[in-house]
Design a protein around this ligand. Structure first.
Ligand SMILES: NC(=O)c1ccc[n+]([C@@H]2O[C@H](COP(=O)([O-])OP(=O)(O)OC[C@H]3O[C@@H](n4cnc5c(N)ncnc54)[C@H](OP(=O)(O)O)[C@@H]3O)[C@@H](O)[C@H]2O)c1
Length: 162
């Protein structure tokens, strides 16, 4: 089992986002995301970084971009996937891949664990989707089921069958 963990929230059709924003805002899910990732390293694509209102507290940020963009001093900029994989090998701690669509797709094959919030809703206008994966390759555990304003959701852990 390696130390890279994908974490995200998806709709019934694996919808992730629209216009570089989240589709659903479920306070309990945002808290769940915070509880999972607090005091850890989080890895995200440039678009997801730009979608954040501010840096997320008490988390080391790694942002992926092919360009030499200017980022706040405390944020690490990596130019390729291999730099993240090297970093993960050298750091004996959980590292969370927090999106977006392109980054989940690149790292899915390198992760043995996913923490997904599965939201019982759809969004036809979505323009960002979580990559498809074969459930047969994963062992699924439902951590918690919840409901917010008629929106049902589940926190689910997938561990890869090794
Ligand atoms: N529901 C959720 O849990 C969740 C979580 C996160 C994000 N989202 C949503 O996902 C959407 C954003 O996804 P996205 O696919 O458009 O963008 P993204 O994955 O956040 O960022 C894509 C950008 O990251 C950089 N990048 C990606 N892979 C790279 C690599 N291997 N090496 C170097 N740079 C790399 C590139 O930036 P450059 O162009 O600068 O090179 C690329 O254009 C938004 O709607 C967001 O709200 C949803």
């Amino acid at each position: 089992m390696n130390n890279l963990i994908l974490i995200g929230a998806i709709g019934k059709n694996k919808e992730l986002g629209l216009n570089n924003k989240l589709i659903w805002y479920i306070p309990d899910d945002l808290k769940f995301f915070k509880d999972c990732t607090i005091n850890h390293t989080i890895v995200m694509g440039y678009n997801t970084f730009m979608s954040l209102p501010k840096l997320l507290s008490n988390r080391k940020h790694i942002v992926l971009s092919h360009r030499n963009i200017k980022l706040p001093d405390e944020v690490l900029l990596f130019n390729n996937k291999e730099s993240v994989l090297d970093y993960a090998k050298k750091h004996n701690e959980d590292i969370f891949i927090i999106g977006g669509a392109s980054v989940y797709k690149e790292f899915l094959n390198f992760c043995d664990k996913m923490i997904l919030t599965e939201i019982d809703s759809t969004c036809n206008e979505a323009d960002a989707y979580f990559p498809s994966f074969n459930e047969i390759d994963w062992n699924k555990t439902i951590l918690k089921e919840g409901e917010y304003k008629s929106l049902k959701y589940k926190h689910v852990i997938y561990k890869r069958n090794l």
